[in-house]
Structures are given as C-alpha cells and as structure tokens.
Design a protein around this ligand. Structure first.
Ligand code: 1GP
Length: 246
C-alpha cells in the first residue's frame, strides 16, 4: 500500500493523524534508536524529517537509522533539494503556494523531480501555505516569501481551493516552527468547508488541547516538532496522540 493511502486510512480510522517532526540536527547519531522507538511507541502515525537548514554532516547516516528503527512511515518534509535521500518511505512534494517566489513555487521542484523519479520515491504533492504567526519564522525568512495574514481566512481559502483545483493531494497550513501563535481555528474550519483534500496543520502547537482544537476545526493531520525537542518525553507525545486521535 502506498504511504498516501496509509495516511488516508489512518485519518479514516482515527478521525485525524499525528505526525512527529524531527530535525536531524537536534539529536546525535547514537540517540536515534531510542528516540525513534519512543516516537513509535507513543502513538505517532508517521515521522516527518526535515528542516529549513541542515547543519550536521551526518545527515544521510541519520536518515538511514531513523528508517531502520521506525515502525511508522518516515516521510521527508524537505527544506531543500539536498535533503532528498533514498531511505525515506515518501516525500511531501511541497510547493509553497502562498508565496510569489517562483523558486519556491516551481524552481526547486523541477530540480528535485528527476532525482525522485530515478529513486522511484513516492511523492505526495502538498500545497504548502505559510500563515503569519506573530514573528518572522525560519520558513518565512528562508523562502523569502510573505505569509498569509492570520486574520484573512478568505485569502487562505482562495489558496486552498486553488491547490485542490491544481490537483494537490494535501494542504499543509504552516505557522512556522516555534511560532508564537498556531494557525487559527477559524481559518482551518473555513478552509475545511471549501476543500476535500486532507489538511495538515503545524507550527507552534505546544499543548495536546490545542492539537485537539485544530482537529475539531478540521485538521486531518497535526504536526508537532519543537515542543518535543524541548521537552522530549514519550508521555507528552502519547498525550498528543490521544488528543488528536478519535
Ligand atoms: C514546523 O509545522 C512544523 O514546520 C512544526 O512546528 O516545531 O512549532 O511544532 P513546531
């Protein structure tokens, strides 16, 4: 079964799915086995791996080990073409559709697509939308693009409808890692009324109760990253999984 189909099944069975995002720079190679084990045992449905910047020289080795120890799909959430690696189960093939920067919309995708094809990698086309969240995030700075104002849900809805019409398989509403404010519930619920493709929501979600609110508003998948790197315990991850699942 393709990873995308697996994700749809998870959503169907649990109401929503839980993705744990790990930044390869945030752990040492010898910590991977334990870290991945904790994530898998805590009820996460998939591991997203990526970051706007990779500073570690051991990136490829780390990805190989994450895959080796994971019992859930390991999916690349790419910050750049250089993060492509054959050890992923699939790639969120992102286009930053909230941007007007052609490199982020289509440029890097054209560079990446032939490599992914040659690897026979599953790609999940994902319309990535940056939502303003209180301060400039790394994603905003690195992509050189303006986020959608958080108090303008109609602009977000128009982008989401466009994404669906263009044939994207998923929408990712991103407040940015460590965001002061997550994507507003009102924006998620308005988008949900207009599109049928799954909605991933991430950025600045630090409490299980907030994750639940995102699901109640219409999120199909919720991502947490930063908070687990800070507080990293399986107990908190299990609470997130419980809050997100039916
Ligand atoms: C960032 O949406 C993800 O790309 C997760 O954000 O690190 O704030 O949880 P956090």
């Amino acid at each position: 079964m393709k990873i995308y189909e697996k994700l749809l099944k998870i959503r169907e069975e649990n109401k929503a799915g839980y993705f744990v995002l790990i930044d390869p720079d945030s752990f040492l190679t010898n910590e991977i086995e334990k870290k991945v084990e904790k994530i898998c045992n805590s009820g996460a449905d998939a591991i997203l791996i990526g970051g706007s910047l990779i500073m570690s020289g051991e990136y490829n080795e780390k990805i190989k080990l994450v895959k080796k120890y994971s019992s859930v799909p390991t999916i690349l959430f790419p910050g750049s073409t250089t993060q492509i690696n054959k050890h992923f189960d699939a790639v969120l093939f992102l286009s930053l559709i909230s941007s007007r920067n052609p490199e982020m919309l289509i440029g890097t995708q054209v560079v990446s697509a032939p490599i992914l094809k040659a690897m026979n990698m599953e790609t999940i086309s994902t319309a990535y939308m940056l939502i303003e969240s209180g301060k400039v995030t790394t994603a905003e700075f690195m992509s050189n693009s303006k986020p959608i104002p958080s108090n303008k849900p109609d602009i977000a809805v128009a982008h989401a409808i466009t994404a669906e019409m263009l044939g994207f398989k998923m929408i990712y509403l991103e407040a940015g890692s460590g965001a002061d404010n997550p994507v507003p519930n009102e924006m998620i619920s308005k988008i949900k009324k207009h599109v049928n493709i799954p909605i991933i929501v991430g950025g600045g979600i630090t409490e299980p109760e907030v994750a639940k609110q995102k699901v109640d508003a219409g999120a199909d998948f919720v991502v947490t990253g930063n908070i687990l790197e800070k507080e990293g315990n399986s107990h908190l991850m299990a609470k997130f999984a419980k809050a997100i699942h039916k």
